[in-house]
Design a protein around this ligand. Structure first.
Ligand SMILES: [Fe+2]
Ligand SMILES: [Fe+2]
Length: 336
């Protein structure tokens, strides 16, 4: 049972969940058991007004506090926020004006710019995944190219975008996070080469999970680990995405491999084709690193999110067979 509790009503023994991005608070984890009042004081100093409390994991009974607390019952997991009312998105209204303005604004500081570009990229990706027509894919791709150019040309804004990624249950948030992170890695790897079209690559990274729109949303949003049957369905999404982009004639053949191969692993244990080592295109491997990192650092109702350092350590120490060592080292260096 999860309830929203004001900071003033918190007590040691409550298991708190801090919503939003890790950068908005000074705690290492987004979820933890409150051990003392100084942690509550720190939350107040961080400017928090309320957090969520999972009473199933707390050492305090919710019923005994119910009459004292001004709380709002929430379903488990926390109810997703509506980003947009349902609408049929078209090339005319797909890209928020604010996204274009934020990309072009040369006067704002890098952090403000990064926050604005990130926020409006999420809106655009949510619209695109709502209405993935061929025309919208082409229009969205142009906007992603502008975001990619910003990441390539403006280091300060790019590193701030890498810092501020937030995590929720949505494919569009994951798509933007993986897009930004993978472009940063491609920028590092290909900085001395002009044989890679990074704008095209950026589009592939942002659209890597497009195939999920053809998978039952109950499976995509299931608040628990997937069973074998559900995994069978999920494993279809790389090919589904590849096919959508092929039919829309939207990406170069090489960049479509990002979509098709982003779940293939170096040791041949990935999917859909269990490719190994060099059989996996380098674009697919770059996307795979960003994808795994985002999955490890994301919050899910059935698992704790890992802090970035712990996620990188886990990838290096326990998943090394999944990635090429050289690419993994370059990836880790992004966060130094
Ligand atoms: Fe995927
Ligand atoms: Fe993904």
């Amino acid at each position: 049972m999860i309830k929203t509790v004001q900071i003033k009503d918190l007590k040691p023994g409550m298991y708190v969940i801090i919503p939003g991005s890790w950068m908005n608070h000074s705690f290492t984890l987004n979820q933890f058991l409150l051990k003392n009042t100084s942690q509550i004081k720190k939350m107040r100093e961080d400017g928090m007004l309320e957090v969520q409390v999972d009473f199933a994991k707390s050492n305090i009974n919710a019923d005994s506090l119910a009459d004292k607390l001004q709380v709002e019952d929430l379903p488990h997991p926390a109810k997703p926020k509506e980003v947009e009312p349902p609408a049929l998105w078209t090339p005319e209204n797909l890209v928020p004006v604010e996204l274009v303005e934020a990309i072009e604004d040369k006067k704002i500081d890098p952090l403000t710019k990064a926050k604005a570009v990130y926020k409006h990229s999420l809106v655009m990706m949510s619209r695109l995944l709502d209405s993935p027509t061929a025309e919208n894919i082409h229009t969205g791709k142009d906007a992603i190219k502008s975001i990619t150019n910003l990441i390539l040309s403006d280091d300060a804004t790019a590193y701030n975008m890498l810092r501020i990624t937030s995590h929720d249950f949505y494919t569009y948030t994951h798509s933007v996070n993986v897009g930004v992170t993978a472009i940063m890695l491609a920028k590092e790897l290909f900085r001395h080469s002009d044989s890679h079209d990074l704008g095209e690559l950026g589009a592939g990274f942002f659209l890597h999970d497009l195939g999920k729109i053809n998978i039952d949303s109950k499976i995509i949003n299931k608040p628990a680990r997937l069973n074998e049957e559900e995994m069978y369905e999920i494993r279809k999404h790389p090919y589904q995405g590849y096919k959508i982009l092929k039919d829309a004639d939207a990406l170069s053949e090489e960049c479509k491999y990002i979509v098709l191969q982003h779940h293939e692993l170096n040791d041949g244990t990935g999917y859909p084709k269990r490719l190994q080592g060099d059989e996996i295109h380098v674009y697919g491997r770059i996307c795979c690193l960003a994808d795994v990192f985002d999955a490890l650092t994301a919050e899910r109702s059935y698992k704790q999110s890992l802090p970035r350092f712990d996620a990188l350590k886990l990838m290096r120490d326990e998943m090394e067979n999944h990635f090429s060592r050289e690419l993994l080292n370059s990836f880790i260096m992004l966060f130094k």
